[in-house]
Ligand binder design. Sequence first.
Ligand SMILES: Cc1cc2nc3c(=O)[nH]c(=O)nc-3n(C[C@H](O)[C@H](O)[C@H](O)COP(=O)(O)OP(=O)(O)OC[C@H]3O[C@@H](n4cnc5c(N)ncnc54)[C@H](O)[C@@H]3O)c2cc1C
Ligand code: FES
Length: 274
Amino acid sequence: MNQLSLRLRQNENLCGTYFRMEFEWPIELSPPVPGQFLTLRTGRGFVPLLRRPFAFSGFHPERRQAEIIYEKRGDGTTLLSELSAGTTLDVLAPLGNTFPFPKEGRRPLLLAGGIGMGPMFFFAEQLAQRGLNPLLVLGSRNSLQIPILPLFRMVETLIATNDGSRGFSGTALDCLSSYLEASPPEELYELYACGPYGMMKAGSSWAKDRNIQSWVSMEQTMGCAVGACMGCVIRVFAPQVDEGIDDPGSYARVCTEGPVFSGDLVDWEGAIHG
Ligand SMILES: Cc1cc2nc3c(=O)[nH]c(=O)nc-3n(C[C@H](O)[C@H](O)[C@H](O)COP(=O)(O)OP(=O)(O)OC[C@H]3O[C@@H](n4cnc5c(N)ncnc54)[C@H](O)[C@@H]3O)c2cc1C
Ligand code: FES
């Protein structure tokens, strides 16, 4: 983890209430990896006091440029949306663990709900570059919250909207489920999900019923983001040694042991969501 002063290159409205921010990445730092996140100060003074966490949504090695996609929600993200190119950002990065690549022979299924799209786009791009044929399913409230991106030509993408204004009418998970009904039954998969809590819980349960390994990127309100304050814990089942969780209790810190967890490890009934 590093405290960085990063120069903002671009900050633009992507679609609806979503924005994309691109900033310079120092040459001496290794690139961020899908699943990892940063925290940044959104204001110049003490308000808002806490840094805000955002997942990396892309990295361009030639331009040494990293990006996030964020939703304008409250005070912090409203301040972010007002920043212009050239501003210096106070950033802690890179933080957290990463999405594991699927086991050999398994097709990666990427479930992105709403603003959970950022890390899924980043991972989809890397999977496609490695020839791993990801299927990206992007679910949103309506067509206004769906961006148009070159990535959709590179990766097989399904769109689902709750109001049916674009693509499949219904949830991203229903869309995925109905798509797979037409797929060969012998095909093997691994599921990756980022989005609303309910979507990840349902996705994890759906995967378990089909004997599919699932990975979820958990969100929790964060204080320090470096493992010290315990403000971001979620309840988990007894951790396995090989899952890298160093606290043998029934809680795990999203900021350091996560944000990516095996869906089976999360205690979905007891997990606290701030
Ligand atoms: C590991 C991690 C990765 C994240 N990645 C992204 C990302 O890529 N893009 C993105 O837009 N956001 C992401 N978030 C959520 C983001 O941190 C919050 O949206 C942001 O902190 C809101 O700040 P604010 O000051 O604008 O809103 P606040 O004023 O703090 O809150 C405004 C409203 O948003 C709600 N809210 C705040 N935080 C969350 C949250 N984490 N989940 C659900 N509702 C929340 C509050 O309850 C409140 O109703 C991530 C969070 C975590 C923990
Ligand atoms: S935010 Fe402090 S331990 Fe995770």
